[in-house]
Design a protein around this ligand. Sequence first.
Ligand code: TYD
Ligand code: MG
Length: 459
Amino acid sequence: MAKVKKIFVCNECGATSPKWMGRCQSCGAWNTIVEEVVVKETTREERSRLWKGNDSAGKEAEPIPLSEIQTGNTRRLPTPDAELNRVLGGGIVSGSLVLIGGQPGIGKSTLLLQLALQLPVRILYVSGEESEEQIKMRADRLGNNNPNCFLLTETNTAKILSHAQKIAPDLLIVDSIQTLSSPHIDSTPGSISQVRECAGELQRFAKQTNIPVILIGHITKDGAIAGPKLLEHIVDAVLQFEGDRNYTYRILRTLKNRFGSTDELGIYEMQAGGLREVSNPSELLLSQTDEELSGSAVAATIEGMRPMLIETQALVSTAVYGTPQRTATGFDLRRLSMLLAVLEKRGGFPFAQNDVFLNLAGGIKVDDPALDLAVVAALMSSLQDVAVPADTCFAGEIGLSGEVRSVNRIEQRIQEADRLGFRQIYISKYNTKGLDTSRYKIKIKTIGKVEELYRQVFE
Ligand code: TYD
Ligand code: MG
């Protein structure tokens, strides 16, 4: 009978200690230590031998000069999904371990099953979450068919890896890391030591066989990938699938990528027959009304590397209760309070007696300071009940003294607005250095201070 051993593991850094503590001694984080039960521990060599079926423990790595290392065998497997390629930096790198995180029901399984059905290579799709029939039903719904896509419903890593050895796929997909359990460790699936152990086994498998592995990971309520932070250190790339479940748009973001940029972003739309790539996001994020309505303004933003025009909507109404309400969807509430304070102080706009609601179209969360100018225009427009002229958009950051500051990659923003048929764009007057305005059809108007905006736009 194996001896039952209890250890305490830090959720943040993975450090272990023999007793519970309020604060991790290793990383200093508070309240991150949880109890884990470990029964048997096999050595790393034994584990890799178990699934390899032979003894590889004798092979040791030797130091080699950097110049002699050949990079020829890190191939990239391009996928038919242009958005995924973009996010991964040009395809799936052989031998890499990629983690895709996201909230339940956002479409992680759909994304990867769709990939498995479209990619014309040998694929092993392992699911510990759904039954074969459920997956088959989903595959029928997605419509594609890949005769080389194999399905396995299994949660034991030793069995999964031995099947993977036999089938020798070009890509291994595992849904999800939290359902896996390793026979070498006796904690429950989803616990820190299990997640870490299973990820470690899959990582060794990927590195030794050069077969890329994509893992699905669940996300906790506060947005972190469930399991230890350590998981993010083990894998080569971490992608996050996000979006508002009430809307159809989904964003695939890179949080970490050892083989490419983390500035990339993929956009999808969830439809009845699966996820559709959105190559032109602006057209979706602008509302399709012909009428000029007060309270809305279009911002020329950049998310990741992509320019997008997004509509911001504000509603300013007389406060019913003593303390006025401020609500923002898709925009930082503190930033909204700051903008309101600047407008109040610099422009004398009476927001203190008003409720303010702010909304970004499409349920997309954007983190770009250039949104400020459009938000301010929308707020003024709603407060005074005058519409922003049609075909007008904005790109500028607002400083605390009410100055309109320059934003990065202004040419790209102007170009996108021009391409979509906007007639005028307001930018910071400090943003015009080296800008060749004659290249664009769109009229470029400059602004120095936020109080000038009202006069320029609405009068
Ligand atoms: P799913 O991939 O199961 O989410 P996750 O694996 O992240 O938990 O996606 C579930 C949602 O996607 C579900 O609510 C139904 C919706 N969906 C569609 O709208 N169209 C489709 O073609 C499919 C397969 C799912
Ligand atoms: Mg799923």
